[in-house]
Write a protein that binds this ligand. Structure first.
Ligand code: NAD
Ligand code: TYD
Length: 352
C-alpha cells in the first residue's frame, strides 16, 4: 500500500535532510513537503530530489487552519512528520509572537486535522512531533543529563513554544487517542544549516575574515549531533517507536562554545592554507544572550537500547564534512545571506 506522508518544514535545515532520506529510501511512499518558505526555508536545500516522482512540494502556512485542512482533505496522509517551526532562540527574544503562532498554533492545527482524518481508523497512522532538548531547561556542570523523565523547564520564548507544542501533542494522545510519538534532540550541525546559528555563522565569518561573535565568556555547553544522524533517528522512531512515547536523541558530544570555535578555527586554517592560530584572532566576545542556558546534555540510552540507534560519525569527521560543504557551496551561502538576513545580521551584530 502506498503511504502518504506529510513532512512539514522540509525546506529547512533538518527537514531537508529528512525529506532526502525518506524520498530516497522509500520509493513507494508519497512524500509531501509542506512548508511556507520563511527566511529559513529554501527549496534549493532539496533541489536534488525535487523531480523525484514520489516527492511533491506544497507551499502552506501551518498556522492557517483552512489551508492545512484543505491539504489533509486532498492527500489524506497516513503519517505526519512535523518539523516546521521558528527555530532560532535569538529571534524568539526579539519577536516571541511568531513563535507562538507557528510552533503552538501551527502544531495544534496539524494535530486537529490529523485527529479528524484518522478518527475512525487510527490503525497504522502516526503523528511524529520533532522537538528539542531545550524544553528541559538548563543543566549545571554536574555530570547530569536530560532523560525522557526530566521535568520541563523552558527558559526562552523558543523553548517555551516548543514545550507548549509537546504538551499539545501528548494532550491529543491522551484525550483523543491520536497515535503520536515525540523526540527531543540536542543541537544539530551539518550542511544546509542557516548561518545565523553558531557553527555555520562561525564558518562563514572565518572564511570572510569577519569577527566571530562569542556570547559571554563562551563557557556555555551544547551537545552536538550530525544532522544526518538525527534524520536516521527520525526514520527509526517514525517506523518503530512506541505510540505515546518520547525518545531523546543526542550526540553524547558536549563542547564549550569557545572550545568548539577554536577547533573550527584550526580546521579552517588548515583548509584555507592560513598559518595555524590565524583565525582564532577573529574571536570576539560580545554581550551574553538574555536567559542563556548554561549546559545541554542528552541521555539517549533509551533510543539506543530499545531501537538500536547510534550516531555514525565522530564530531571531528562531521565537522570536516560540514566545513567542506560550506567551502564548496559559496553560492548557497550568498543566496541565503542576502536580503532580509543582512538586515537581521546588522541589527544583531552591529556592535562588532
Ligand atoms: P529551520 O529554521 O532551519 O527550518 C524551519 C522550516 O520550517 C523552514 O523551512 C521554514 O520555512 C518552515 N516554517 C517555518 N514556519 C512555518 C509555518 N508557519 N508554516 C510552514 N512552514 C514553516 O529549523 P531546523 O533547525 O531545521 O529545525 C527543524 C525542527 O527541529 C524544529 O521543529 C526545531 O524545533 C527542531 N530541532 C532543531 C534542532 C537544531 O539544532 N536545529 C535541534 C532539535 C530540534
Ligand atoms: P545556536 O546555534 O543559536 O543554538 P541554541 O541556542 O539553540 O543552542 O547557539 C549555540 C550556542 O552558541 C549557544 O550557547 C549560543 C552561542 N552563540 C554564540 O556564542 N554566538 C553566536 O553568534 C550564536 C548564534 C550563538
Amino acid at each position: 500500500m502506498v503511504k502518504t506522508i506529510f513532512i512539514t518544514g522540509g525546506a529547512g535545515f533538518i527537514g531537508s535532510h529528512v525529506i532526502r532520506r525518506f524520498a530516497t529510501n522509500y520509493p513507494d511512499y508519497k512524500i509531501i513537503n509542506l512548508d511556507t518558505l520563511t527566511y529559513a526555508g529554501n527549496l534549493e536545500n532539496i533541489d536534488d530530489i525535487a523531480s523525484q516522482p514520489n516527492y511533491k512540494f506544497e507551499k502552506a502556512d501551518i498556522s492557517d487552519f483552512k489551508a492545512i485542512e484543505r491539504l489533509f482533505d486532498l492527500y489524506k496522509p497516513d503519517g505526519v512528520i512535523h518539523l516546521a517551526a521558528e527555530s532560532h532562540v535569538d529571534r524568539s527574544i526579539t519577536d516571541p509572537f511568531v513563535f507562538v503562532r507557528t510552533n503552538v498554533l501551527g502544531t495544534c492545527n496539524l494535530l486537529y486535522c490529523a485527529k479528524e482524518l484518522w478518527r475512525d481508523n487510527p490503525e497504522g497512522k502516526r503523528f511524529y512531533h520533532v522537538s528539542t532538548d531545550e524544553v528541559y531547561g538548563a543543566l549545571e556542570f554536574d555530570g547530569t543529563f536530560f532523560t525522557e523523565e526530566t521535568k520541563y523547564a523552558p527558559h526562552s520564548p523558543y523553548s517555551a513554544s516548543k514545550a507548549s507544542s509537546d504538551h499539545f501533542v501528548r494532550a491529543f494522545h491522551d484525550t483523543y487517542g491520536l497515535p503520536v510519538v515525540i523526540s527531543n534532540c540536542s543541537n544539530n550541525y551539518g550542511s544546509h544549516h542557516f548561518p545565523e546559528k553558531l557553527i555555520p555563522l562561525a564558518i562563514n565569518n572565518i572564511k570572510n575574515n569577519k569577527p566571530i561573535p562569542v556570547y559571554g565568556k563562551g563557557e556555555n555547553v551544547r551537545d552536538w549531533l550530525f544532522v544526518e544522524d538525527h534524520a536516521a533517528a527520525i526514520d527509526i522512531i517514525f517506523h518503530r517507536g512506541k505510540n505515546g512515547d518520547t525518545y531523546n536523541i543526542g550526540g553524547n558530544n558536549e563542547w564549550k562554545n569557545i572550545d568548539l570555535i577554536r577547533l573550527l578555527c584550526d580546521i579552517m586554517d588548515r583548509k584555507l592554507g592560513r598559518p595555524q592560530g590565524e583565525s582564532q584572532k577573529l574571536i570576539t566576545f560580545v554581550a551574553d544572550r538574555a536567559g542563556h542556558d548554561l549546559r545541554y546534555a542528552i541521555d539517549s540510552s533509551k533510543l539506543q537500547r530499545e531501537l538500536g540507534w547510534a550516531p555514525s560519525l565522530t564530531f571531528e569527521e562531521g565537522l570536516e564534512k560540514t566545513v567542506d560543504w560550506y567551502l564548496a557551496n559559496e553560492k548557497w551561502i550568498k543566496n541565503v545571506t542576502s536580503g532580509e538576513y543582512q538586515d537581521y545580521y546588522n541589527k544583531h551584530y552591529g556592535q562588532l
